[in-house]
Design a protein around this ligand. Sequence first.
Ligand code: SF4
Ligand code: SF4
Length: 366
Amino acid sequence: MPDANSLYGPLDPAPDAGWVDAGPRMGFFTDTSVCIGCKACEVACKEWNGVPDSGFDLLGMSYDNTGALTANSWRHVAFIEQPRPAGHRTPPFAGTPTGGSASAASAAVAAGSAGGSGTDPGVPPGTADAAARMAATARTGDASAEAGVSGPASNGTAFLGMPGSQPPGRGTGAQERTDFRWLMMSDVCKHCTHAACLDVCPTGALFRTEFGTVVVQEDICNGCGYCISACPYGVIDQRKGDGRAWKCTLCYDRLGAGMTPACAQACPTESIQYGPLDELRERAARRVGQLHERGVPEARLYGHDPTDGVGGDGAFFLLLDEPEVYGLPPDPVVTTRDLPRMWKRAGLAALAMAAATVAAFVGGRS
Ligand code: SF4
Ligand code: SF4
């Protein structure tokens, strides 16, 4: 018996949508623990997809200038400033990551010595050299700090409460951690397994691709807006002055050409990873285990579970706090979940009314 959450068919949506010989389902894994908030993903997305700018003013929420996912922001880098972590009871920042970032590959990319990033996230694209140099620099920095020969504590400078420019924990020892942290997350359309936007679209403008992603065809969209209220994540949006619905396409045109989506290609820390969803899920589970071992008990995955209310997301995340802290719904449910049952009940009610009408008519004549 199928799970209640697989009411729209199997959990591999491309074959369900009629694609014969579809390849593996593709998606994004966004590891927020290594996001540095550079916004390269936002810019790359806009540039490749010709998305209009969304204003250049900071919104008063840290370094956020896009505010949310909108018709003109298909990637949104959220900045959350926390005086202390919410949602868990560990002492402040006891669990801030202490090692390097995701991999030696990330270190090489961050060191600027790697070639492309993200095209094959499982294989380190950079030179082993650069990674080793970077690790050595980090060790030297730690040793100096411990010896008290440099750093804020030893040279008399005062800590002003501002976060450093490095990813969490990199290159600093436990003694330099503070009571302040930035959480940064590059949000995107979740390319849900059970996508309500797609269920309610009356024109067929939204469709499921052979990669298992959800795409809007702008030349078919009539701007009715049904999809906007249907999306449980508040992702899809109508463009002002245009009226049509727009959102991330997971770079459908690039995927068709065997390329990596622009945001994953541009991300210098491999916070955004692209690949077959099954592989990404395995990699994400390993990364969570790694963070737990390093003393980051709050690391958890979001959107990876095929038994959740949307059948799992094609774009899922590693978070360092509760989903609500990032503005994500804790238990998203596909908004069309109850439709089949509602239609069935409406049909039964109509039948009952018709039967009552006939009975009344026949009864009146006798
Ligand atoms: S329902 Fe929302 S999050 Fe899911 S595929 Fe549609 S627009 Fe994306
Ligand atoms: S996800 Fe990558 S590209 Fe986007 S802001 Fe974070 S580090 Fe930069």
